[in-house]
Ligand binder design. Structure first.
Ligand code: NCD
Length: 331
């Protein structure tokens, strides 16, 4: 297909003028979901839908031609790193991928995060950072003059994941208000749960938290839930929530955050979503997972149309395209 025939639909440059005033994201860091109000979320989701349409029709554009993104990952990643790379490349930009382990970079020689970030900004227009410490993205942003996008800071936040999670809920079920969202698994260390919970408090939702006792949602986040006066309940059993759930958001027990591995072994196989369990769920509901899964959702659930986790993966690319375009002032 000849892209020129599609120019009127995807004239991002023309949109840029108006959008720059309204989105408020140009040049900004993305560190926490706290910075997103509902208006901004609608804006990103609208851009995400445009990105999806563009990818489906022409695969890519050169909106970010000449722009470089540094992807700096101090922790393993498949989806987050690949989707940021794919997002940048589909928009015509390029990537410095420090994603196959910082052990091959000067980090292994003892370079500080501050110096690594101040180096990368000499080459790149934005930096995506994943790091094992809570607050690392904020620290990097304090040093960097280019936008820093938090791709997970320890057990802290994972804001871009929460945006794609919320987008998936919206696209799968057509709305967010009025939904019953059940989160299952490691609510203590799961940063995607932390970010998504905070984001959902902007909506009129019911929240159900299902975890073993030692993996309950941290108190500081539960206090935010209570302050928001949403309908909330905690339980240890998926059976207590499955019938009413519109969204079952399942998570992996975060082995890497445990100091006592025996404790991890004790809780790692606590929940498994099976076809039998799915029979008790609504016909119109979705099972989501930020992935990777390590046994929490049985493979035989994958063919159930309600299993949305791979569609969720794809949405990640569209949302990251929207975010990159926004922070780089092109949408
Ligand atoms: C999650 C993460 O890294 O926090 N993965 C992801 O980004 N999709 C979830 C996990 O590792 O369990």
């Amino acid at each position: 297909m000849d892209i020129t025939t599609l120019t009127p639909l995807f004239n991002f440059d023309e949109m840029a003028g108006a959008a720059q005033n309204s989105n408020g994201l140009t040049g900004r860091d993305i560190l926490s979901v706290a910075q997103f109000d509902r208006e901004m979320l609608s804006y990103i989701f609208a851009r995400g839908r445009e990105m999806r349409e563009m990818v489906q029709r022409v695969g890519g554009v050169d909106m970010l031609k000449g722009y470089v993104l540094a992807c700096l990952f101090y922790e393993p990643s498949t989806r987050t790193s690949s989707s940021f790379i794919a997002a940048m490349e589909r928009l015509g930009g390029s990537v410095i991928p420090i994603t196959s382990g910082v052990k091959f970079s000067s980090v292994s020689k003892g370079e500080t995060l501050a110096d690594t970030v101040r180096t990368l900004e000499q080459y790149a227009d934005a930096i995506v950072l994943r790091h094992p410490e809570i607050g690392a993205a904020q620290k990097a942003a304090d040093y960097a003059s280019v936008p820093v996008l938090n791709a997970g800071d320890g057990a802290g936040e994972h804001p871009t994941q929460a945006l794609l999670d919320l987008f998936t809920i919206r696209e799968e079920l057509g709305r967010v208000d009025g939904l019953n969202v059940a989160m299952v698994g490691d609510l203590r260390y799961g940063r995607t749960v932390h970010s998504l919970t905070k984001l959902l408090l902007r909506y009129d939702v019911s929240l159900r938290f299902v975890s073993p006792e030692i993996l309950r949602l941290p108190l500081n986040i539960m206090n935010k839930v209570i302050d928001a006066s949403v309908d909330v309940r905690e339980t240890h059993e998926v059976a207590d929530v499955i019938e009413n759930a519109d969204v079952l958001y399942v998570t992996r027990v975060q082995k890497e955050r445990f100091s006592d591995l025996a404790q991890y072994e004790g809780v790692k196989d606590h929940y498994v979503i099976t076809p039998d369990l799915m029979e008790k769920a609504k016909n119109k509901m979705v099972v989501m997972h930020p992935l990777p899964r390590v046994g929490e959702i049985h493979y035989s659930v994958d063919n159930d149309p309600r299993a949305a986790y791979f569609r969720q993966v794809k949405n990640g690319m569209f949302i990251r395209m929207a975010l990159l375009a926004a922070v780089l002032g092109k949408a």
